[in-house]
Design a protein. Structure first.
Length: 327
């Protein structure tokens, strides 16, 4: 197989575009795809400050790499989720990447901020781990971006991620989520920073190829909680279709964006947002879901600490701690 640009030996095939590239031409094509996504969807411009949410995995470090190479003002934000060895390695990969490029990396350490990692938050708040984790990510990305004056938050969701989420939402008939699914989520509230997904045109195997060709060192392990997750099953199903019908994922997602989503949007009511009474972040409720979760957890952790010290001194009923603090 030959590179479509220079006829040298091809290293990466992109079947859905009927193309193959040598290493240098693949890197050129890849960056052009990201740039096209940024411009076409008007995600941000050269003057905007972009906060890239980096997990330490290939997709987010590749995104950060491309944005820095293109001269965008991109800083990284890593959340240490407190998931043992996996989180420690993930943070180290982000730090090493930032150091090599002299780029700014912000880190929020969830266990030291909230007393426990996302698994502990989930357990104490009675949620499943991935839901506590997703909630924490959405909340902290926005809060850090706001507090530090960033114009936009960029996540590394790729074509495989978006197609799998779309398929899941279609199967479940989740209309609210379908209306919101987009490469650009414009802010509908002064406290909500816009969110963008510059890799939405790029398949996961292409970010892997980019990472290898650029020598980007990333954490290989997936989050231990994602094992057996439904999202992986949906990805497998789409990969099966893609194998015999290249372009299926792209057609599914792009046709949704171009044809179906405008109809859904036209038929839907805008969601009214207000400020959380405790933290000021945008929410549909009085107190946002993140404050409710962390306050419940703080309350439980306090009663755990107070319990042994007071044992034997007071009747059990007098032991309940003070009410939850505002976040
Ligand atoms: P996920 O929720 O794992 O599907 O990740 C979605 C996006 O969130 C990724 O593409 C990253 O941009 C970002 N992300 C995931 N994990 C982290 C993390 N620990 N810290 C910062 N950003 C993250
Ligand atoms: Zn070439
Ligand atoms: Zn709140």
């Amino acid at each position: 197989m030959r590179c479509v640009k220079c006829k040298a030996q091809a290293q990466v095939e992109v079947r859905r575009h009927h193309a193959a590239f040598c290493g240098p031409h693949f890197l050129e094509w890849f960056e052009a795809q990201v740039e096209r996504a940024v411009r076409r969807e008007r995600m941000f411009g050269p003057q905007d400050r972009v906060l890239v949410a980096v997990s330490g995995g290939k997709d987010s470090l590749v995104l950060w790499d491309v944005l820095l190479r293109r001269g965008y003002r991109a800083s990284g934000l890593h959340l240490n989720l407190g998931i043992g060895e996996y989180s420690q390695q993930s943070q180290e990969k982000c730090e090493a990447f930032a150091r090599q490029r002299g780029a700014e990396l912000l880190v929020v350490d969830i266990p030291s901020e909230y007393g426990v990692g996302v698994e502990g938050l989930a357990e104490l708040a009675g949620r499943v781990a991935c839901s506590a984790c997703g909630l924490s990510k959405r909340y902290l990305f926005n809060r850090v971006a706001r507090e530090r004056g960033f114009d936009v938050v960029a996540t590394a969701h790729n074509l495989d991620d978006e197609a799998a989420v779309l398929l899941g939402n279609l199967i479940a008939g989740n209309v609210d989520a379908l209306v919101r699914q987009s490469p650009v989520l414009d802010s509908g509230h002064p406290g909500l920073v816009r969110k963008v997904k510059p890799l939405y045109r790029i398949a996961e195997r292409e970010t892997a190829a980019y990472a290898v060709l650029r020598g980007i060192d990333y954490v290989l392990d997936e989050c231990p909680n994602s094992v057996g997750a439904r999202s992986l099953l949906l990805k497998e199903a789409l990969n099966l279709l893609e194998r015999d019908a290249p372009g299926t994922k792209q057609s599914l997602y792009w046709n949704f964006l171009e044809k179906l989503r405008p109809l859904l949007r036209a038929a839907s009511e805008p969601v009214a947002l207000r400020s959380c009474l405790h933290c000021g972040q945008p929410t549909t409720a009085e107190v946002c879901a993140f404050c409710r979760m962390t306050e419940r957890v703080a309350h439980k952790l306090r009663s755990r600490v107070v319990a042994p010290a007071q044992a034997g001194r007071e009747p059990v009923g007098a032991r309940s701690g003070p009410g939850p603090d505002p976040a």
